[in-house]
Design a protein. Structure first.
Length: 115
């Protein structure tokens, strides 16, 4: 099993920045993909960004150029640097880990962007 612990959410003004972190523990293995999804009130959960253990990244079009995903494979931690935040960024952000048949989720961290 894999356990994920997120941190870094909070309240920020429009145009501000936040950095989320997610530490993974357990049966991590070598080849995996970690990422962030978000779910706004009344909306479905959507992908924000992913990164493989090799560093290959993928972003939702809505965050390209503003968000940066990175990871530290020694610490088994993934980060999401969010800049130029918009009110649409208000959501619960969930960390995700995928490896073979394992698909784990964190408990979520709230990000609120105020205008």
């Amino acid at each position: 099993q894999v356990q994920l612990v997120e941190s870094g959410g909070g309240l920020v003004q429009t145009g501000g920045s936040l950095r989320l972190s997610c530490a993974a523990s357990g049966s991590i293995g070598s080849f995996n993909t970690m990422g962030w999804h978000r779910q706004a009130p009344g909306r479905q959960r959507e992908l924000v960004a992913t990164i493989t253990n090799f560093g290959r990244t993928n972003y939702a079009d809505s965050v390209k150029g503003r968000f940066t995903i990175s990871r530290d494979n020694v610490k088994n931690t993934v980060y999401l640097q969010m800049n130029s935040l918009k009110s649409k960024g208000t959501a619960v952000y969930y960390c995700n880990f995928v490896r073979l048949s394992t698909n784990a989720w964190g408990q979520g961290t709230q990000v609120t962007v105020s205008s």
